[in-house]
Design a binder for this molecule. Structure first.
Ligand SMILES: [Cu+2]
Length: 213
């Protein structure tokens, strides 16, 4: 009988202890944010949310004290490759006497575009905006001649060593056109191939933006 009473008393004590431990630090804490409280500025917790007893009108209610996260600090600017402006073709690039420079060397072709801010972009593919008078320069600093030939566009120019030639060209039809050297120029001659892409203004800007400077 005595043992039974002891066990009951112990169980009751444990229960009370559990209530004390789990109760909020403020005895008035209600079950949720917005619930009633009795002591202004009292601080408590509801679940994991810190709450403050706040006077709203004539009532005292628990309000979340969790602050909004601080605005994210912006990381230092990484100076991304500037995207050519939409006017780069119509106004900017068109101001340059050489909108694209074709570099013919032993044994490859590369294409260098000058943007309106005079910066350049280099590409192994020749992009030509459709329907525009486009200013080309063709340079060859090597010691042998190369032929800059795009059969599908009927474009054929000789790149003479040490000389730069200039010409205007308008490509009328969007498409992909294989290009190659048509002068036998040495052991790497057969590898002197490239692709010309005639594209819309929008695609031309995208292409410029993706090129390395
Ligand atoms: Cu060649």
């Amino acid at each position: 009988m005595l043992n039974s009473m002891k066990r009951t008393a112990l169980a009751l004590l444990s229960f009370l202890l559990l209530i004390c431990l789990s109760a909020p630090s403020d005895a008035f804490a209600a079950n949720s944010v917005g619930g009633a409280c009795k002591k202004a500025h009292a601080v408590s917790k509801i679940g994991t949310v810190q709450v403050v007893c706040t006077k709203v009108g004539k009532k005292l209610i628990w309000k979340s004290a969790t602050r909004a996260p601080a605005a994210q600090q912006s990381s230092p600017a990484l100076s991304p490759t500037p995207t050519p402006s939409p006017t780069a073709i119509a106004a900017g690039v068109a101001k340059n006497s050489d909108q694209v420079r074709v570099d013919a060397s032993s044994w490859s072709f590369s294409f260098v575009y000058t943007l309106d801010d005079k910066s350049t972009r280099k590409s192994s593919t020749l992009f030509i905006p459709q329907g525009k008078v486009f200013h080309f320069s063709l340079a060859n600093s090597a010691d042998t001649s190369h032929g800059f030939w795009i059969p599908g566009l009927s474009l054929n120019k000789e790149a003479v060593p040490g000389e730069t030639s200039r010409f205007d060209f308008t490509a009328e039809k969007v498409g992909t056109y294989p290009g190659l050297c048509n002068i036998v120029c040495g052991r790497g001659h057969s590898g002197m191939t490239f692709t010309a892409q005639v594209v819309s203004d929008a695609d031309f800007l995208k292409a410029l933006a993706s090129m390395s400077s």
